[in-house]
Design a protein around this ligand. Structure first.
Ligand SMILES: *[C@@H]1O[C@H](CO)[C@@H](O)[C@H](O)[C@H]1NC(C)=O
Ligand SMILES: *[C@@H]1O[C@H](CO)[C@@H](O)[C@H](O)[C@H]1NC(C)=O
Length: 213
């Protein structure tokens, strides 16, 4: 499954620019952090990849990042331990308006990049998402309310996101459809994506390009 394939490391001849990265750490979970950076080509075209990094201590059983203001229409990224050294990244969507646990969504075009894994008690996912500027299609499309369709402004100065986590022992489960315990902490944030723009030709031509390295 392409979402969990680790792309091989490649030696980049040169890095044209250092990415401008916006990072958020929840005040109640200081070890947890979410970073985002967006190629200016994606911003200019209104389509293309965006890059996310999720980093969390293994004392958290799972952590999530939601793109948007509400569970019902958001793209969700959930991260947990697949083993003692690898992570599972599960892109999920709500199929019932946010009423029950979001379900694994195979239509999310999400790739785990090199540098993802577990090291020194820290889980890291370096993510490229190729269809994150709007809500992912869902396998069984729910009746859509056009007012609640999610879109991301790639240079919005106040874009809505939310996060959640659950403290507990590692799951060590590589199945992206694994059943998860209810969160025990959560919050929301506004991110200024005008501060997260970068210019790098590799982002367009190298599928394993990782702006977080
Ligand atoms: C991206 O930024 C670089 C450096 O500022 C600039 O030269 C390039 O034209 C920009 N590309 C787009 C598509 O805006
Ligand atoms: C994911 O996005 C890449 C880059 O745009 C594209 O080449 C690929 O076909 C997409 N994969 C799927 C499954 O949509």
């Amino acid at each position: 499954m392409y979402f969990s394939r680790l792309l091989p490391a490649v030696a980049l001849g040169s890095v044209l620019a250092t990415a401008d990265i916006v990072t958020y750490s929840p005040p109640t979970e200081p070890g947890l952090s979410y970073s985002i950076t967006i190629p200016n080509t994606t911003t200019a075209a209104g389509s293309g990849p965006i890059y996310l990094q999720i980093s969390a201590p293994t004392s958290l059983q799972w952590v999530s990042l939601g793109e948007g203001a509400q569970m019902a229409s958001a793209n969700l990224f959930i991260l947990w331990a697949a083993s003692s050294t690898e992570v599972t990244l599960s892109p999920r969507s709500s199929l019932d308006g946010g009423k029950s646990e979001p379900q694994y969504n195979s239509l999310a075009n999400v790739t785990l990049l090199t540098g993802s894994g577990i090291n020194n008690g820290v889980m890291t996912a370096n993510i490229r998402c190729d269809n994150c500027l709007s809500a992912w299609p869902t396998p069984a499309a729910p009746p859509s309310d056009p007012n609640s369709v999610y879109t991301l402004d790639p240079e919005g100065t106040s874009t809505p996101w939310f996060w959640a986590s659950f403290t507990g022992p590692s799951l060590n489960d590589p199945d992206p459809s694994a059943d998860l315990a209810m969160h025990d902490d959560l919050g929301s944030m506004q991110l200024d994506l005008s501060q997260a723009q970068f210019s790098a030709a590799e982002a367009l031509t190298d599928p394993s390009y990782n702006p977080f390295q």
